[in-house]
Write a protein that binds this ligand. Sequence first.
Ligand code: SAH
Length: 220
Amino acid sequence: MNPRNVSGIGMTSQRTRERLARRLGDAGIRDARVLNVIRHVPRHLFVDEALASRAYEDTALPIGHGQTISQPFVVARMTELLIEHRLPQKVLEVGTGSGYQAAVLAALVPQVFTIERMRALHERSRRLFRDLRLHNIRQRLGDGYAGWPAEAPFEGVVLTAAPETIPQTLFEQLAEGGRLVAPVGPPGVQELRVYVRTADGVEQRAVERVSFVPMREGLE
Ligand code: SAH
């Protein structure tokens, strides 16, 4: 890792991260555990060097290949929804992208599994997880529509790309009492939903409007 990354100078400083955490608190993120993680995960390492100075603004940023690192508020909200009743032990993320959401989860839950369909992003995040010593993240190049059957069931599942409807396979890989948090719907009209698997089915509620890249089938 180059010295820029380690020293955290200027716009990537601890103070800048503090400010972001405060802003998210003001915007309605209540879970102190989540705000604390936002304070510590170096988001500037998950974006291109040219965008590092904007890493602690509350906006989505391009990560190449037509994809984006999610807005910090949305990462915080989805994380909060995933852990609000009980801390899951094992979580599956679909859409590794930059790896930022996985790194946030890895600071809170014991085991994180994450799937990405684009090789270039998969490989970049792998280097980053290694450099940051995030050894509780396991990742694979694959199509999230299939989930990760060998590791199921998961107590939490989070989708960071939006399907038009949730694939049945992912509900099947959810433990009873487990939660799935996902943006759902066509581009432009997605809503963030929370699904809870119960003994006799799946309950759902809508949280707020969001805008995510679409979930796509197959590898790239
Ligand atoms: N969690 C990421 C968000 C990245 S954007 C972050 O924190 O940066 C969403 C990602 O989902 C993209 O990288 C996209 O390639 C990936 N994606 C889309 N459809 C997918 C699928 N079917 N399986 C796995 N990943 C998928």
